[in-house]
Structures are given as structure tokens and as C-alpha cells.
Write a protein of this length. Structure first.
Length: 228
């Protein structure tokens, strides 16, 4: 039996949803390591949603001449850049992950840039726009979105999946411990997709989520027409 799409809010079809950071419909998609978040993101993209990976955005911001690279140089000096002028990811990681204050300073400067790029992409998109971000809740992004969805699974199942993908068990557990607990994500989310079963179970939940979002958009379209 498949797990249902559960709600973190009471109310009717649109109950609890607020305007997001753009005029379109925006979705924040999160979940811990090996939860199935990227699988869900892929299915949403296949269904016509505009899906943007926060890690890809950061990667572009860290290229030579980009705003993120300027931030890194200002905070930590030219030694954190490679010979092309782009951010040296290994050197930056070594610098910030041993210094919580340095990491906080970096995130305070980079997160607004990620949000701005997503907002611009969402404004250009006729389809619902999805930001896939592991640290969406921790970074304070959740209030920006019309809908927040988290993909969850039991801890040991997630660690098993991460190890199967090539991480050592120690690496998998370290990443697991560094992320928010599932309770925090669930409390911030409007919808929780439970991924302890098969891919078919998860897909059924995603299909229900897609249908629900489409209904929301139809209702909003009708409301907009009535107001004009």
C-alpha cells in the first residue's frame, strides 16, 4: 500500500498557502541525503515544471567573474580561487567547514544571490517553478514559496542508500548529522512525501502532488479572471 501525500497544514485545497516570491507558482523542494529528493525533482521536470537545483546555481555563481566568486575573494582572499579566477571548491570547503563563523558569513552572502537567481527564473517561467535545495529550511528559504515539499525516509534506509551510491558509512553519517532533522523539515513543509517503500509508491505520491498543484493553479487563474 502506498504512503499518502500528507499535509503539514489544515484547511481546504488552498488553505495555508501564501504568495511566493514571484507572480507564478513556486515550490521549494527539500529533503535530507538519499531521501529521494532528486528523483522527485526529475519527475517534476518530466511533467513540465521548471526545476532549478540550488547546487547548480551556486556552481555558476562560483565561476570566474561571477558575483559568488567576488564574495569568496572578499571574505577569504585570492588563495581560495583557482588559476582561472573561479572558486576552488576544495580550498573553500577546507576553509569554511573548519570554521562555523566563516561558513555563516559565506552563507549570509551567497543565499540571497541564489534566491535572486531563482526568482528571476521563476518570473520567466510559465510553468510552476521548483527550487531543489537540501538546506532550504536551514537557509530560511521556506517562507519564499507558495508550497514547500520535503521528501523523507527513515534514517538507516537513507544511510544505506548513500553507502550504495559510493559514500563510506562514516561519510554518510557525517552528512546526515550535518543536516536538519526530519521533524524540522516536516514542520516547515506543506506536503511530506514518504519514501520508505518502492519507487512506485513514491511516484504515486508525486502524481497526486502534481494533480493538486494543477488544481491550485486553475483556482488561482479563475480568481484572477474574476478580479479583472
Amino acid at each position: 500500500m502506498s504512503q499518502p501525500v500528507t499535509s503539514g497544514l489544515s484547511g481546504g485545497l488552498t488553505g495555508g498557502l501564501t504568495g511566493g516570491l514571484t507572480g507564478g507558482f513556486t515550490v521549494g523542494l527539500t529533503g535530507g541525503i538519499a531521501s529521494g529528493k532528486s528523483t522527485v525533482a526529475g519527475w517534476l521536470a518530466e511533467s513540465g515544471f521548471t526545476v532549478i537545483d540550488a547546487d547548480d546555481v551556486v556552481g555558476r555563481l562560483y565561476q570566474s567573474g561571477q558575483a559568488g566568486t567576488d564574495v569568496v575573494r572578499e571574505l577569504f582572499g585570492a588563495a581560495t580561487l583557482d588559476p582561472t579566477g573561479a572558486v576552488d571548491h576544495a580550498r573553500l570547503a577546507e576553509r569554511v567547514f573548519s570554521d562555523p563563523q566563516a561558513l555563516e558569513s559565506l552563507e549570509e552572502r551567497i543565499h540571497p544571490l541564489v534566491r535572486a537567481q531563482f526568482a528571476e527564473a521563476a518570473r520567466r517561467s510559465e510553468a510552476p517553478a521548483v527550487l531543489e535545495a537540501t538546506l532550504l529550511v536551514e537557509a530560511g528559504y521556506a517562507p519564499d514559496f507558495d508550497l514547500v515539499v520535503t521528501v523523507e525516509a527513515e534514517a538507516e534506509r537513507r544511510i544505506e542508500r548513500a553507502v550504495a551510491r559510493g559514500l563510506s558509512e562514516a561519510e554518510a553519517r557525517a552528512r546526515f548529522e550535518a543536516q536538519a532533522d526530519r521533524g524540522l523539515r516536516a514542520r516547515a513543509a506543506h506536503r511530506v512525501l514518504q519514501n520508505d517503500g518502492s519507487l512506485e509508491d513514491l511516484r504515486e505520491q508525486v502524481d497526486a502532488l502534481i494533480d493538486w498543484i494543477r488544481q491550485i493553479r486553475q483556482i488561482r487563474t479563475l480568481e484572477t479572471r474574476q478580479e479583472t
